[in-house]
Design a protein around this ligand. Structure first.
Ligand SMILES: Cc1cc2nc3c(=O)[nH]c(=O)nc-3n(C[C@H](O)[C@H](O)[C@H](O)COP(=O)(O)OP(=O)(O)OC[C@H]3O[C@@H](n4cnc5c(N)ncnc54)[C@H](O)[C@@H]3O)c2cc1C
Length: 295
């Protein structure tokens, strides 16, 4: 199919892009890497009258380290997160999760802001943002505001962004020394979207006990779910097989999966248990598939 006709703008600054989005309102959509939006437009499942291409706004692509935060621009390519030593050193969960996103060719083009704004419930990066308590910075005609990741994803393909706002920056808290991260997912084929995945970060104290735990599930509801009940089970415990089993079973308390063409709700619930256990076991073993912050 061919896309429906649309008007195309290629602003060179974020300010120009915002002005266009404000002018055209609901008729306009930002275009980032195009890896989700272009197929939707080609299939006429999305028919924006105006496309505001962000690819020429160089100021929107960056990766910056602050004292407590790792900060990404929205137009930073997913591949850049994947290969960055700074990301692996300070937010190992991101480094573990990004390689699961489609294929390298998609990550070369797909952006951080595009994935988060698209808000596919099976996408890895939104789950990571929720697990890490990332801050989502939105810019619009009424100024700048910061939305916690836990409040940013509202439903399938729906975020807290207004039509005239752009996701302007994403701020990920850095992990402390000793923090371990793992990402476990199950899918139907290599390079496809996850059916269910679990993002896990555990900070261990000197006695090997869980001093901080962050878990989030994707593909188990209309938005990424923080697995607070499982986190509570783990706090203060050494990561042994019994506590991993208890925490994994508790993970289902916080998910509300729907049945669809790919899996039943029951299957997705059990997959959350299995993926939580897998991620936690990997963290306990500290072997391959686990990134640990060492400073
Ligand atoms: C074959 C295939 C397999 C894939 N597999 C995976 C996978 O396993 N996991 C995964 O997570 N993703 C997967 N994807 C999707 C991919 O990660 C996309 O890159 C991502 O979802 C969208 O990023 P983008 O930069 O391409 O955004 P675009 O497609 O350009 O935009 C997506 C949406 O976000 C909006 N948008 C973009 N930037 C902004 C902004 N700064 N502010 C406000 N709104 C904005 C657009 O208007 C649009 O609605 C796959 C894609 C393909 C084609």
């Amino acid at each position: 199919m061919k896309p429906a006709p649309f008007e195309y703008f290629a602003p060179e600054t974020a300010e120009e892009a915002l002005a266009l989005l404000a002018e055209y309102g609901m008729d306009a959509r930002p275009l980032a890497g195009g890896q989700s939006l272009v197929p939707l437009i080609n299939m006429r499942m999305a028919q924006p009258a105006v496309l505001v291409d962000l690819n020429h706004c160089c100021e929107l692509a960056y990766l910056r380290e602050e004292e407590k935060m790792l900060v990404s621009g929205p137009m930073t390519r997913q591949r850049e997160l994947e290969i960055s030593n700074t990301v692996r050193a300070h937010c190992p969960l991101i480094a573990e999760a990004v390689p699961h996103m489609g294929h390298a060719t998609i990550r070369n083009r797909g952006t951080v802001g595009g994935s988060l704004s698209h808000a596919d419930p099976s996408a890895e990066l939104p789950g990571v943002a929720v697990a890490l308590d990332a801050e989502m910075v939105a810019d619009g005609p009424n100024g700048r505001r910061t939305v916690p990741a836990t409040e940013f994803f509202l439903a399938e393909l729906t975020t807290a962004l207004e039509p005239d706002e752009v996701l302007r920056e994403i701020r990920f808290p850095k992990a402390p020394s000793g923090s371990r991260a793992a990402f476990a997912e199950v899918g139907s084929h290599f390079g496809g979207l996850a059916l269910v995945g679990v993002a896990a970060r555990v900070d261990l104290d000197s006695a090997g006990r869980c001093a901080a735990v962050a878990l989030a599930a994707i593909g188990a509801g209309e938005r990424p779910a923080r697995l607070s009940s499982a986190e509570t089970v783990l706090m203060g415990e050494v990561l042994g097989e019994q506590v991993i089993a208890e925490a994994s079973e508790a993970a289902v308390i916080d998910v509300d999966p729907l049945a669809d063409l790919h899996a039943t709700a029951h299957w997705r619930r059990r997959a959350v248990v299995a993926m939580t256990a897998r991620a936690l076991r990997e963290i306990a073993d500290g072997g391959e598939g686990v990134a640990e912050v060492r400073r």
